[in-house]
Design a protein around this ligand. Sequence first.
Ligand code: NAD
Length: 503
Amino acid sequence: MSVLADNIARAEGYLARFREKGVMNHIAGASVPALSGDWFDSLSPVDLKPLARVAKGGKADIDRAVAAATEVFKTWGKTPGEERRRILLKVADAIEARAEEIAFTECMDTGQALRFMSKAALRGAENFRFFAQQAPGAEDGKALRTETQMNVTSRRPIGPVGVITPWNTPFMLSTWKIAPALAAGCTVVHKPAEFSPMSAKLLVEIAEEAGLPKGVLNLVNGFGEDAGRALTEHPGIKAIAFVGESRTGSMIMAQGAATLKRVHFELGGKNPVIVFDDADLDRAVDAATFMIYSLNGERCTSSSRLLVQDRVYDKVTARVAEVAGRIKVGHPLDPETVVGPLIHPEHERKVLSYVEKARAEGATVAAGGAKIGAAGCYVQPTLFTNATNDMAIAQEEIFGPVLTAIPFKDEEEALKLANGVQYGLAAYLWTSDLGRAMRMTDGLEAGMIWVNSENVRHLPAPFGGVKSSGIGRDGGDWSFDFYSETVNVSFPRQMHKIPKLGG
Ligand code: NAD
């Protein structure tokens, strides 16, 4: 049996339970169908056949999940940080023990290649481990002294929170949001993306088996406009952590306005990788191609705009085109596959529509640009050259294995192009001139800038975007700030003079 055939057989073993019983909601420790009894089908991007039916949750299910999260918050929110740490470390171990199941399930559900998904499952465990270690300090604050008063701040968990996640790397992103919320003492209602619901169900089951009390983490599947909307409008939910499109973020902000919801948004990107002629071009090409063609290009931090100094533009784009042409597109469970099928035919249509737009606007399709095969959403790694910054392919988030290359003359023009989009999530800069790196990083409008490197993550470092790419930061202590209320208590340090009125 080939490795692929063996992997498919193993994946079928993991999927059998979902095929048989469907993907249920999970509320107060129980696996439950939607109260309406409705289901929707989840398609596999591999062959477009139904993978499983999914509970179609709505407002009534959200009400029930919020009631569970509210009840359990009374105890979880007061559980000592050391105890939360102990439980969440066990969750991390349990995730690692089931990493293959998570990775294989995710590959079939999302179309992402196993070579990346196997690491994403482990990164989920790392997220839990990292935030678990911070739980004992989650309440800590500052002492701020004046001559007469001692101000002492501390943090309290904000309450039950809603977590809404997208389909591109669902397990990793869910743990990135849920782990800090739980570590801070919040309870959670999670609404995963309708296109990729499976690993969220695995997560809540794994967490409870590892000792997370029932009702601390609840799961409601369903569509954005009903389950998602109900979660964002629920008065019992104190904050919404959302990862998804910028347009959805602004809808959520409006939906949460009536209940004054605190929001944390990780949104879209159109991230530039800027290559100067003094850069190590081999490394720059490796990094740029990795950041756009890994994870199917369905990645918020993908380097989707390649800005290259004119003197080396032809050389760099030729090398990128060559790499794009060599990349293996195939079944996500094939260990050789780099680019798997895109998530859904709807998304595939959107991605391919940019090939038409590129041609119509006068750009050149220098690599790829076509669908592969009839079944499944397989798209060739694509490179557009001869593009200008006003084209749709330079301005809009395509969210596929599609790169737009634009030449620039000097630092000033590079900055103008890099900043000339509505987004500001990440930027990648390649130069061997330190002074230039300083000037450029000062001027770039992005929440995260990597110099001479690709997206190398360090969990204590802040993650998030500016402009239409987001609100708030995750990572390190920034996550705890979002999931906590800071309270200031002021004590007198001496018998200070109190103003006497009416005397
Ligand atoms: P999406 O915005 O369409 O959906 C994300 C989630 O929001 C889904 O669970 C969906 O059901 C829900 N939703 C939709 N409408 C809603 C509403 N009115 N109220 C409440 N919830 C609603 O995004 P997507 O297509 O699933 O994911 C791709 C997007 O996510 C891209 O734009 C990508 O850049 C972004 N993303 C950002 C980051 C980051 O860290 N900045 C990470 C990953 C993905």
